[in-house]
Design a protein around this ligand. Structure first.
Ligand SMILES: [Fe+2]
Length: 330
């Protein structure tokens, strides 16, 4: 029996046979089966599957699914969701280049997109050889590994990139397990890791593609949970031009720590970097809080374009769909 009271507020918990009775003042009475409580103790806040850090083998051969087969097979959708949770990246083939594949996928994997700061709009990324843009993604330049949109306070968690048109040369998609890079840093230099967790830095994005925008949000490069587990990586050089001067006594150490992580992520010919040309009709889905993505340089002569349709959705929707299917299939 547990009883706490203050003034006319009180909390009383009592066990009777296999049931816990809880009473909170006059406003709430609950009954919980103890077997259910034991079960929930292990399930509350847990992800759908344990995350597996990449190896050279898994970096080059991520889980792959046929989208047409997935559409009529709940088990495959469930499997794809678990793979995304475990690996942070899945490949989809046979998605077509017509119609609205990304919205179809959102309905399949995320219980449908819903209006939020990330959409439901589909954003086509049309890259050309030359032009005047506020972002490199619209050019033929190489794009270094990064996570998308740390300029938002709520960074979009899941990113889909669907290939519609490719370049004559180059333009391979790149990806890297940011959690693996962060864990390697934690092992090699714990104080550098802690510094990147402690100091939030401003990420800023301005431009006028589609609409005028000026976004800014503050995040540490690495975010961990209460148990020290990795939760999120915000890594985007082009969006983080400065560090706040209020930390000027720690600037040198912070930049050294950042350089160590950046070197691990950007080093050339890293066998842990996934590299693949996404042919038209194929797509890649990444956990944008964990996996960094980029693109190799390309050539787009004679008006040629590279077109990639993108959409973001929330982990909440994906996990909700995963749990619903788990229940249905068990
Ligand atoms: Fe990106």
């Amino acid at each position: 029996m547990l009883a706490i009271s203050k003034g006319n507020l009180f909390l009383r918990c009592e066990c009777q046979r296999q049931t816990l009775l809880r009473r909170f003042s006059a406003v709430q009475r609950n009954r919980f089966q103890t077997a259910w409580l034991r079960h929930e103790k292990h399930h509350l806040f847990s992800p759908l599957a344990e995350k597996k850090l990449w190896t050279e083998e898994s970096a080059q051969n991520p889980p792959e699914y046929d989208f047409q087969a997935m559409k009529s097979n709940d088990r495959q959708i469930h499997d794809a969701i678990l793979s995304l949770e475990k690996h942070g990246l899945i490949l989809l083939r046979n998605c077509g280049t017509e119609g609205n594949f990304v919205l179809e996928l959102a309905n399949l994997m995320a219980a449908g997109p819903y209006p939020s700061v990330f959409g439901p709009a589909v954003a086509p990324v049309i890259s050309m050889q030359s032009g005047h843009y506020s972002d490199f993604i619209y050019t033929a330049n190489e794009i270094l590994l990064h996570t998308d949109l740390p300029v938002y306070r709520n960074v979009p968690p899941v990113l889909v990139m669907h290939s519609i048109e490719t370049a004559d040369w180059g333009g391979e998609s790149l990806a890297l397990d940011g959690f693996l890079a962060a864990e390697q840093l934690r092992q090699a230099d714990p104080s550098a890791f802690n510094l990147l967790c402690e100091i939030p830095i401003p990420f800023r994005g301005t431009g006028n593609e589609y609409v005028d925008f000026y976004l800014e949000a503050w995040h540490p490069i690495i975010r961990t949970g209460k148990l020290g587990q990795l939760v999120q990586l915000c890594f985007n050089n082009s969006r983080a031009p400065r560090i706040a001067l209020k930390h000027k006594d720690r600037l040198g150490d912070w930049y050294k720590a950042f350089y160590r992580l950046a070197h691990q992520i950007q080093r050339e010919s890293n066998p842990l970097t996934f590299k693949r040309l996404l042919t038209p009709g194929s797509a890649i889905v990444v956990d944008n809080h964990r996996v960094l993505h980029g693109r190799s340089q390309m050539r787009l002569d004679n008006g040629k374009r590279r077109v990639l349709n993108t959409i973001y959705f929330d982990w909440d929707g994906v996990r909700a769909k995963g749990r619903t299917l788990e229940k249905k299939l068990s």
